[in-house]
Design a binder for this molecule. Structure first.
Ligand code: SAJ
Length: 403
């Protein structure tokens, strides 16, 4: 491949689909990842995680020689930083991957290049990277473009949403914003909204924090309703009949790599001000502990009543319904907690969206629901909705399978 037009650093859940989409429009893309296995897989026209339609995009792009993967970047006109930004043990964001990715391309930058960060980042990261680049390459000051443009796609619908979602694009100056808008206009059909880099960074964090706060409200209601003897699902359905009320659904907690993480990026930088955002995180985390305790209590109660230990089915391990992704999953955490406290009694672990698990022996969902004394719904997978349960079975429904 001669020099690519676009270099993407990071070939994960967002970087690879983005690279594949850009190359599908005839742009030459070099995707860079530190993982040699990922690089080899992509160069064979294959993908390393499940995402509908992505496989076809990658296969075609590689066959047409428009997409290539490597462990090292090359000179290009546009650089996209799409690496993870995890958080440290003290809940502070860790931007070392963004920093390392930026450092790796500093020697390759030239006048007129466009540098874009897509990774979720704390406020001010784009300006910090600007300073880092100009410290090392002072001759490029005011001669290249830099912007922040967060992704907002939903796993499972990434290829559609990459094209159709609106994007928020914030440059370090107006020329940068415009240059980045011109770039995305080649690939995105949604509206492109111009702002500055700090607002764009905050916008991403606020979108996920807003959802976290709304889910925390629903989870808090579920605890109150449990004490008050009210069916929370019915309550929310009725409250949502009000034209200006739209309460989300309670569940076993909040999982995944975004909503359960991004609010900390605000809380750690603005602890005094972000009271609701911080409390929402606590409420959603506590919901999983609460579920684990409820299961323990139901098991003890059963043993007292029946003089034997119950068989318990734990239904679902994924972080949300109808996916195979177990990352940061509250259901997985609850299963772990319940099994830690178990002795000899039988448990059936169920996850219909995966074949095997490295730690748990999985049981078919129908068999588990049929054999168990206590059936615990941790994830509202569609598969569970048509199960017929027996009247003497104890059901703990944390996610509204049986409304
Ligand atoms: N959940 C509830 N109740 C609800 C809705 C969700 O308990 O009513 C739980 C889910 O079970 C799951 C967690 O919340 O554990 C998160 O699921 P989700 O579907 O709300 O979101 P994600 O993490 O798959 O994707 C989010 C999306 N952000 C928003 O909807 C604001 C997506 O658009 C982002 O691109 C993505 O985060 C990201 O990468 O930041």
């Amino acid at each position: 491949m001669t020099n690519p037009e676009v270099v993407t650093i990071g070939l994960g859940y967002i970087g690879l689909p983005t690279s594949a989409l850009i190359s599908s429009k005839g742009t030459k893309v070099l995707g860079v990842d530190i993982d040699q296995e990922v690089v080899d897989t992509i160069n064979q026209g294959c993908i390393h995680f499940v995402e509908p339609e992505l496989g076809d995009y990658v296969k075609k792009a590689v066959e047409n020689k428009l997409l290539k993967a490597d462990t090292k970047a090359k000179a290009a006109d546009t650089f996209l930083i799409v690496v993870p930004t995890p958080f440290k043990a003290n809940n502070e964001p860790d931007i070392s991957f963004v920093e390392a990715a930026t450092k790796s391309i500093i020697p390759l930058l030239k006048e007129g290049d466009l540098y874009i960060i897509e990774s979720t980042s704390p406020i001010g990261t784009t300006e910090r990277m600007r300073d880092l680049i100009f410290e090392n390459r002072p001759e490029l000051k005011d001669k290249m473009y830099m912007a922040y443009c967060p992704e907002r796609v939903l796993p499972g619908n990434v290829m559609y949403e990459l094209v159709h979602n609106d994007r928020v694009i914030g440059g370090i100056d107006e020329q940068s914003t415009q240059k980045a808008i011109d770039f995305y206009a080649n690939y995105v059909e949604g509206e492109l909204h111009a702002t500055n880099s700090r607002t764009a960074e905050m916008c991403k964090l606020v979108e996920n924090s807003s959802r976290d706060v709304q889910i925390a409200f629903a989870n808090e209601l579920s605890l109150i309703c449990d004490k008050a003897g009210i069916n929370v699902w019915e309550l929310i359905k009725l409250a949502n009949k009000h034209p200006r009320v739209n309460i989300l659904q309670p569940g076993a907690g909040v999982g995944g790599h975004c909503i359960a993480v991004d609010p900390y990026f605000i809380v750690s930088d603005y602890p005094m001000e972000s009271k609701i955002i911080g409390t929402a995180r606590e409420v959603n985390n506590c919901k999983a502990f609460w579920c684990a305790e409820k299961i323990q209590n139901a098991k003890l109660q059963f043993e007292l009543q029946h003089g034997r230990k119950p068989k318990t089915a734990l239904m679902g391990l994924a972080f949300k319904p109808n996916i195979d992704d177990l990352r940061e999953s509250p259901a997985k955490y609850i299963a772990q907690k319940v099994l830690q406290n178990a002795n000899t009694e039988e448990h059936y672990i169920v996850e219909p969206n995966i074949e095997t698990h490295s730690v748990y022996k999985l049981t078919n969902y129908k068999e588990a629901a049929n054999k168990a004394d206590i059936v615990v719904f941790l994830v509202a997978h569609d598969d569970f909705k048509n199960l017929s349960l027996k009247s003497d079975q104890i059901v703990l429904d944390f996610c509204g399978v049986i409304k």
